[in-house]
Design a protein around this ligand. Structure first.
Ligand code: ZN
Length: 246
């Protein structure tokens, strides 16, 4: 069975440089979703960093101009946030930016439509415990966040986010293990046996805050050992393989 692996990293924090260095070391594909500034006060990278990441083969995606949340932003201001974020990245990169990730994973029909209307080709959610890339390019799901969620939080998240039947196999696996390390291992083994997509995502600032560099390193080296290089893709690369975007 063919397993595609992708990773994605939100918020464009300067620690993404360290993350990119580890991803490059293991030859793991990734998409970095970067706001231009962050209204919550977290530092963000600038044009030179985005260009360096792109030059290293990573994909850069939009994350609104200043990390605006769809539910707390009026429709016109939301559309403007999405459009401006994309325009600044494209100016810096001199290349199109097809991808977008909804800050906080917040998206309703109108928010998704604004992302589509701004010229993005796809958008990633934070829906988890999926083993494929789903049918809708504007609701690309993920598999697991690099975060040490306690079991009860993971279980509540499973219940709250719906699509229970599709998510049941991976939910069962994730809940059977107490640590992030063991969960990622089990999900990778399942992906290798059944094929599909393993989509690991997170925030570099959170990896630092929670002391997760070591488990991340384990995860990346196991992926690199088990999955051929040509199947370790960016988010756009996975959607292209699936025929969901051009
Ligand atoms: Zn974010």
């Amino acid at each position: 069975m063919t397993l595609l692996v992708t990773t994605s990293w939100d918020d464009g924090h300067p620690l993404d440089r360290r993350l990119a260095e580890r991803l490059s070391h293991h030859g793991i594909g990734a998409t970095f979703y970067c706001p231009v500034t962050n209204r919550e006060g977290l530092p963000t990278m600038g044009s030179a960093d985005w260009r360096a990441l792109a030059a290293a083969g990573f994909e850069i995606g939009g994350h609104t101009h200043d990390h605006a949340y769809a539910s707390r932003t009026a429709p016109q201001a939301w559309a403007e946030q999405v459009r401006r974020g994309k325009a600044v990245l494209e100016d810096a990169l001199g290349a199109p930016v097809p991808g977008f990730a909804y800050p906080g994973g917040e998206h309703g029909a109108a928010a998704r439509e604004a992302v589509r209307a701004s010229g993005h080709a796809y958008a990633r959610t934070i829906d988890n415990l999926h083993g494929d890339c789903g049918p809708d390019a504007f609701r690309m799901p993920t598999t697991l966040q690099v975060y040490p969620h306690p079991r009860d939080v993971l279980a509540r998240n499973y219940v709250r986010r719906g699509q229970w039947r599709q998510r049941a196999p991976l939910a069962r696996l994730a809940l059977a293990h107490a640590t992030l390390d063991a969960r990622l291992d089990a999900l990778l083994a399942h992906g290798l046996a059944h094929g599909g997509v393993l989509h690991v995502w997170g925030h570099s600032w959170e990896i630092e805050q929670c002391g997760l560099w070591a488990p991340l390193e384990c995860c990346l080296s196991r992926i690199a050992a088990a999955v051929p290089r040509e199947r370790r893709l960016t988010n756009a690369g996975v959607l292209q393989r699936a025929g969901l975007i051009a």
